[in-house]
Design a protein around this ligand. Structure first.
Ligand code: TYD
Length: 205
């Protein structure tokens, strides 16, 4: 499905420490001589950067419009960045992907996980990560780590973030072969080692 490359997504709640883990993994893959393309959603393309600004920092957006904006970001991102990189054999590491929408819009905004999954899957033409790492964090810890600046999602109440978290864990539980769940409250080095171990098992490191 991903041709000759390998596709890894990092997922998790706000303040989970995903970006730190993306950095650790990219360094390990590069040290192993892999070509790595690191990117994030929303964002990662010129259109994505504009959509990111609208959806995270703009005025009120209805829940369905929000889901569609995230889907448009993903459609552009997959075709412009992810697929060409995979086709030439690179390892693509993305900070968030389809599961974020299923958890945030499907569960958090209560639009329905299956409907949102179908919409997002259409947007990305069915491209599924080879491995998804869920960095799990409880809403209170996430809130504490995020500090004082809040975008539209981060400003949501803990109940919203609890629903998001539960949904990430449910998705991971349903497909253990394609997911790795790590405890985001553990020391960053320890989490990074668990991720590396899994990628060693996958033959990537
Ligand atoms: P970002 O600043 O990238 O946060 P983080 O560092 O936590 O990844 O913000 C992305 C926000 O957008 C985050 O709150 C999750 C949310 N989001 C969705 O609601 N749906 C999506 O499809 C994606 C990709 C992100």
């Amino acid at each position: 499905m991903t041709d000759s490359g390998y596709f890894i997504a990092f997922e998790g709640g706000d303040g989970a420490g995903k970006s730190t883990q993306v950095g650790h993994l990219v360094a390990a893959l590069e040290a192993a001589g892999r070509e790595v393309v690191v990117t994030r959603q929303p964002g990662g393309t010129a259109l994505g950067a504009a959509l990111r600004n609208l959806v995270l920092h703009g005025e009120h957006i209805t829940a369905r419009a929000e889901a569609l904006v995230f889907a448009a970001d993903k459609a552009q991102h997959v075709e412009e960045v992810i697929l060409p990189s995979l086709r030439r054999g690179a390892v693509v590491v993305t900070d968030r992907y389809v599961d974020s929408s299923v958890a945030y819009q499907g569960a958090g905004r209560a639009l329905g996980a299956q409907e949102v999954a179908d919409l997002q899957s259409w947007a990305v033409a069915g491209l599924t990560p080879d491995l998804t790492v869920v960095v799990d964090v409880d809403p209170a810890t996430g809130r504490q780590r995020r500090g004082d600046t809040h975008d539209r999602m981060e400003s949501e109440a803990d109940g919203f973030h609890a629903a998001v978290r539960e949904h990430f864990l449910t998705m991971a539980k349903g497909e253990p072969a394609r997911y790795l769940v790590v405890d985001g409250s553990a020391p960053a080095e320890e989490i990074a080692a668990q991720v590396r171990e899994r990628l060693e098992q996958e033959g990537l490191l």
